[in-house]
Ligand binder design. Structure first.
Ligand code: LLP
Length: 412
């Protein structure tokens, strides 16, 4: 599933850097990302439609490392953020405030104030109460807040329930039926500037049809607004396009973008997309070392030095990540549960994997570039792993392994 992962005589390499070199230089566990893979994924989005037709705002939540934000900013990406922390990351990486979309259901007053102060591009508003709060803060600051309403199109994205967001029972967005009234209300507030409409139905979408269906609902809403004298500048169709982890057939990015743009061919508004996973997911892996093998009565275990705190997706969503030996060895293949050091039975990276292993072997957990490091924690007082970016034959540390003292630095 990873386009820049290579099999060489010395084992696996990401681009031209052997993973054994990474482990020897930076230790394990360690996230390793391919700059080329990220840039190629971004180029697929960027070149799918002419720039005046569409803007690509990277969803920072997928992986907020400053080096990754910086390289995307340099290629022309805008950013989709959900917190003040993500906003400050984007600014620290040299991203432009004007190109920032602020999503999220529970924006705090201080977050809104800071976003207005730096002049972000748009707030994707998720409720009437939030709209009122933004207007109130803008008035206090003597500013006009650019807003879009995020509508909930009530379509089933056919993905994992934890990452579905566009159904009526989800907490996200404003029901289509209520949108017109709220737009009218917003229009009457001088401290608000109505710039767009937004929707996002879920993540790891493999079938593009729910996206097209959501786009139809958004388009209906835009036309209804127009009939009511409300003109917008952009239409934000969210993110969510899925990637291959195992044997999925992911949607063809340029084809989906063009199919969506087709639906809006008769509309003057600029389109906007908020991809996260599909830009970085298959660009990164988690490198880990086998500490011990344990052959139980019922199950064989490979106990590795990365755990659920480093990569939470298997524990949280039962997500499947391919796990491959960095230097394959011959010898008996067993069905291993690949598990971490954390004191939980949900601490697994993969279960029932056919592998030939010895203690000390390196394993690569693939497609971990999105929602890997970003969702990591310090559970069990485990420092977060290092992050390394490779490009061609070069590699550099883009985040140091967390020092232990950092774990209690804020404590008494
Ligand atoms: N825009 C909004 C408003 C979002 O909520 C999200 C993701 C995105 C864009 C980016 O979606 P993407 O292109 O990455 O699918 N932790 C989960 C994924 C959570 C996604 C949350 N929202 C996972 O590891 O699968």
């Amino acid at each position: 599933p990873m386009p820049t992962l290579r099999v060489t005589a010395h084992g696996l390499a990401l681009e031209d850097v052997p993973l054994t070199t990474i482990a020897a230089t930076y230790g394990t566990p360690c996230y390793v990302y391919s700059r080329t893979a990220i840039e190629e994924a971004f180029e697929r989005y960027r070149t799918a439609l002419p720039p005046e037709r569409a803007e690509i705002c990277y969803a920072v939540k997928a992986n907020g490392n400053l080096s990754i934000l910086r390289l995307l900013a340099a290629r022309g990406a805008g950013f989709d953020i959900v917190s003040r922390g993500e906003l400050e990351r984007v600014l620290a990486a040299g991203g432009e405030a004007k190109r920032v979309v602020f999503s999220g259901v529970a924006k705090g007053a201080a977050e809104i104030r800071r976003a207005l102060e730096v002049g972000i591009g748009v707030f994707n508003v998720e409720s009437a109460a939030e709209l009122t709060r933004i207007a109130h803060i803008a008035r206090e600051m003597g500013r006009r807040a650019p807003v879009a309403l995020r509508i909930n199109p009530d379509v089933d994205p056919k993905t994992h329930p934890y990452i579905s967001t566009g159904l009526k029972r989800n907490k996200f967005g404003i029901p289509v039926a209520e949108a017109l009234a709220l737009y009218r209300q917003a229009k009457s507030m001088p401290e608000l500037e109505l710039v767009g409409i937004a929707c996002h139905i879920g993540s790891q979408l493999l079938d593009p049809s729910p996206l097209l269906e959501a786009a139809e609902r958004v388009k209906d809403a835009v036309e209804q607004l127009e009939r009511n004298g409300i003109a917008l500048r952009h239409i934000d169709l969210g993110g969510g396009l899925g990637i291959r982890y195992r044997d999925e057939t992911p949607p063809d990015i340029p084809a989906v973008l063009r199919a969506l743009a087709e639906r809006f061919a008769d509309r003057p508004e600029r389109l906007m997309f908020e991809p996260g996973r599909s830009l970085v997911g298959n660009a990164g892996l988690l490198l880990t070392r086998v500490e011990y093998l344990k052959h139980g009565e019922e199950q064989d275990f490979a106990l590795v030095d990365a755990g659920m705190n480093d990569l939470m997706r298997p524990a949280l969503y039962d997500a499947w990540h391919e796990i491959v030996p960095v230097v394959p060895r011959s010898g008996p293949v067993r069905r291993y549960d690949v598990v971490g050091p954390v004191c939980e039975s949900s601490d697994f990276l993969g279960r029932g994997r056919e592998l030939a292993l010895e203690a000390g072997d390196l394993l690569a957990v693939l497609s971990a570039g999105a929602y890997g490091m970003a969702m990591s924690s310090n559970y069990n007082a485990r420092p977060r792993p290092a992050e390394v970016l490779v490009e061609g034959a070069t590699h550099r540390l883009i985040r140091a392994r967390e020092p232990l003292e950092a774990l209690w630095a804020l404590e008494q």
